[in-house]
Design a protein around this ligand. Structure first.
Ligand code: PLP
Length: 393
């Protein structure tokens, strides 16, 4: 397209690079018999009663628009769920916005908060959407790099070093995509102190809080007194109930911000899809037991970590949560990008290269999403072993 066409894209869109996980996924889908470990899309079905609730809503014609903030009954369910898990009061009338996935919740938050020139601190490795949206809004992502040798654990000291008078927002993602790392409670407490001292807001993306293994739990910064008033909590049903395609999430935000987000919702999607809202009400009800999802991913985690560690030249980092593992591929002698594309072409296993999530510090890592059945995971491990052996010979 020539430069003077009226359809030239705006700079705020042109500055957004295509997502590398999607690029590998797209290439993988053109090849036969690939074991695809690229996307964080669980292969399990949602609990049966949840699927039934979605079907019932469709058949009963409960398929019109809802209020921009979402169905009152769903907002009440979200507020009750947050009160139970975080121990904080949440007003369903003014503090909950139901969105099209956690993705839209995080977009709406950033869109409603940021001014051009604001700095937004993001801990790396990070979920790519944050930096893309921040850049697109003319704000500046500032990265604080966590290190593989420290289990990718964020420290408050490292975060403090990158704060400036322009820091408007800190994004926390715990448990983290792509590393599975959990921010310890003590670190959250120190970050909260910094938030008061340096006057920044927090976006806390806790979409993986139900996928914490070995009987442990993650903590939320919103549970710390005073933090709810300067934070936005992002969550949804995608990972907890294996409902990615329902596209249903939410934000819990202080009332004035939630009101602005709700106003913008009318201009973006009006409301989240109604059958998905009804399904989410059922998912959050006491009738739903989704513990099988965590149990299944914990079993797969064990298979994957042991399997990777058994392959000469590969080493898996511990995976305390999520369905992602970071594997150290330095023993291959290849950079992560070359490793990923060669492994895809030569043995048909698709993964994502570490630098996609935060640059060269992660060049020795690939992210593996264990969102396929155990048999397929075992096939992937065998193929990865063959690939590593072929590099040696
Ligand atoms: N936040 C993080 C950290 C994610 O990894 C993802 C999806 O992979 C999302 C949010 C988006 O979730 P949803 O499907 O609810 O939009």
């Amino acid at each position: 397209m020539s430069a003077d066409t009226p359809l030239k894209t705006a700079a705020r869109v042109a500055c957004v690079a295509p997502s590398p996980p999607r690029a590998v996924f797209d290439l993988a889908s053109t090849l036969d018999d690939v074991v695809d470990l690229t996307l964080g899309d669980p292969d399990l079905p949602p609990p049966e009663n949840v699927r039934e609730a979605a079907c019932k809503a469709v058949m009963a014609g409960r398929t019109r628009y809802s209020a921009n903030a979402g169905l009152r009954e769903l907002r009440q369910a979200v507020a009750a769920d947050a009160e139970r898990t975080l121990g904080i009061p949440v007003d369903p009338e003014t503090e909950v916005v139901i969105t099209v996935g956690a993705m839209e919740a995080s977009f709406l938050t950033l869109y409603s908060l940021l001014e051009p020139g604001d700095e937004v601190v993001i801990h790396a490795p990070y979920w790519i959407n944050y930096s893309q949206v921040v850049r697109s809004l003319g704000a500046t992502p500032v990265f604080v790099y966590t290190r593989p040798e420290e289990g990718f654990r964020l420290t408050a000291e490292a975060l403090e070093e990158v704060l400036t008078p322009k820091t408007r927002l800190v994004i926390l993602n715990s448990p983290n995509n792509p590393t599975g790392a959990i921010i310890p409670e003590k670190t959250l407490a120190r970050i909260a102190e910094l938030a008061f001292e340096r006057n920044f807001a927090v976006l806390s993306d806790e979409i993986y809080d139900s996928l914490v293994y070995d009987g442990k739990k993650s903590s939320s910064i919103l549970s710390i007194p005073g933090m709810k008033e300067r934070s936005v909590l992002i969550n949804g049903v995608s990972k907890r109930f294996a409902m990615t395609g329902y596209r249903l999430g939410w934000a819990i935000a202080p009332a004035p911000l939630a009101a602005q987000m709700t106003k913008m919702q009318e201009n973006i999607v009006a409301c989240a899809p109604l059958p998905a809202q009804y399904a989410a009400i059922e998912a959050l009800s006491p009738r739903t037991d989704a513990s099988f999802i965590r149990e299944e991913f914990q079993r797969r985690r064990d298979v994957l970590v042991q399997g990777i560690d058994a392959i000469p030249g590969l080493k898996c980092l511990p995976v305390p949560a999520t369905f992602y593992a970071m594997a150290d591929i330095s023993g291959s002698g290849l950079g992560a990008e070359e490793f990923v594309y060669r492994m895809l072409r030569e043995v048909k296993v698709a993964t994502v290269f570490g630098p996609a999530y935060g640059g060269e510090l992660y060049r020795n890592f690939i992210r593996i999403a264990f969102t396929v059945k155990e048999e397929r995971l075992k096939i992937a491990l065998e193929r990865m072993g063959n690939f590593m052996a072929s590099l040696k010979s």
